[in-house]
Design a protein around this ligand. Sequence first.
Ligand code: 5CA
Ligand code: ZN
Length: 410
Amino acid sequence: MQSWLPPDVPTLPGNSRPLRLYDTAADEVRPTAPGATARLYVCGITPYDATHLGHAATYLAFDLVHRLWLDAGHAVHYVQNVTDIDDPLLERAAATGASWSELAERETELYRQDMAALRVLPPRDYVGVVESVQEIAEAVAKLLADDHAYRLESDIYARTSSSGHFGYESRYSREQMLALFAERGGDPDRPGKHDPLDALLWRGRRDGEPHWETAAGAGRPGWHVECSVIAHNRLGMGIDVQGGGSDLRFPHHEHSAAHAEALTGQWPFARHYVHAGMIGLDGEKMSKSRGNLVFVSKLRGAGVDPMAIRLALLDGHYRADREWTGGRLPLAERRLATWRRASEAAAGPDGMALLTQVRDRLTDDLDTSGAIAAVDRWARLALEQVADGADPAAPALMARTVDALLGIKL
Ligand code: 5CA
Ligand code: ZN
């Protein structure tokens, strides 16, 4: 699929520190250790509705990962999928009388525009499931041939025990897994399954549903295996970060990892599993099914500066569940205006010191609040013109720092 156009990323002087991130599997903050090319996979949208602020916050967190690796001198191979065929898409299309593929194309295009407006760096490979059906089916056929999967009527299920490591990613108890599996699209009670937690790899052809003729038979892919295959075929195993929102911790990331590990006989699928917290509205997770959504495109259409949306979403720790309250946007707009004025000051406090502080805060598990506070302090001093030995080059360096590392164009 076509990705979107990249924003410019200024280069910065001096050296960065290795990026440290919380890894769900290890339950600790530990350094990422990419090679010359860092490998990033982030689960993409299911395009049956527009991008809401929860999606945006999650993609912004991983955009910072991308930017911090670039700042540390790595190339970044970033892959993201689009779940452009799945039950929710078909249900929405049926309810509205639209064609599922037109709905997916329309919402994916809106997402691209939202991401570009928010200055999110695009993935190198932006990959839809529809365009990958054959490669996914080949992997499913191999899992079946290797006895890591079994047929149930016209469908195919993965054997949960096959990878030998099931459970390491989420660290949930079996009871927690069973509850979350039922809640998040799984089918623990289907008769004939060998283990209630076994995940659907392939949904055999059903009347009235789209299907493809493939090595796995006629039908369409299950959800988790799309990410295993799209990621593994482009990035290999042991990718540096597998990312998504915390609602993907289980079952999605656990099963995606297990499928890839069974397929290749290698472990682990990813070296870090990184999860962003949920953005809520009125005390509930923002979600398409609940309908309590604030759309990026609506705010943009109302004339809100995308940089203010970006700044508002970055003001809080990415791992924390956060409320989108009415005060967030006006606060971000005021802050953005202050930063813009300060970036045009004749001089300001030491710009290298600010850059070091922002790098230190962000490489420490993306402490955006700390980085924003450092810029706030710098801006206040620049505007009050009280800095000792004020540096005329500092305002320009402050603007480059904020642009390159936080993605905020002043
Ligand atoms: N297509 C799958 C992943 S393969 C999917 O989960 N799509 S999604 O459209 O439902 O979500 C896209 C991303 O946004 C996921 O990483 C999800 O965890 C994240 N997300 C969804 N709702 C929220 C929310 N309220 N706050 C933060 N992130 C969210
Ligand atoms: Zn995914």
